[in-house]
Design a protein around this ligand. Sequence first.
Ligand code: DX5
Ligand code: ZN
Length: 218
Amino acid sequence: MKRASVLAPSILAGDHANLAASARIVADLGLKWIHLDIMDGHFVPNLSFGPQTVAALRKDSSLFFDTHLMLDEPRRYIEAFAKAGANLISVHIEPPFDHAAALARIRELGCQNGIVLNPDTPAEAVEPFLPLVDLVLVMTVQPGFGGQPFRRDMLPKIALIDRWRRERALPFRLEVDGGVDLATGAECRAAGADTFVVGTAFFAAANPAAVARTVSAW
Ligand code: DX5
Ligand code: ZN
């Protein structure tokens, strides 16, 4: 049985002078999730915002904060983001640190956890962690910037992770992020993804409500 699809609009494509208003657009459409991209200028060549901003958004919002840490040393910040009100915290597999310990710590802090892999990272890199996570995030662009073209060559990776999930009866959500719109998202859905990060194609859409309706019906 296919699990219900979730749309997580990425606030990276929102109004950075008024992120609370961007979050309100999401909530007012009846959506439950919002994706928060945290960048350190090291792991990715861009900067976004930190725990203080997440805490400020939390005061104004009851959305599920899907917090994607693009950081070389995420363990230094996990607690700060949990305290700031993150509901899910995902960390990348690529930087070398004790991933199992970080994933366990995220749960200890009362959050869901996730493991993320870049386009050049094979699915096998996250395979040992699949029983330990609430979410696997397959990057469908090289992370760092919104508005990049979707990497169609990631579809087999999505399908493989979904196959492992079914064979092993594991409960994690399978999320995609980068260049996802109604066309590429439908391809990800067919490959087995159930959770869709949409930045540009949501916040720059003429009709974000139509995007929300379509994705929710997948
Ligand atoms: C990329 C970020 C994405 C980004 C997606 O580094 O992880 O979440 O906001 O933006 P779009 O949907 O515009 O590719
Ligand atoms: Zn992201």
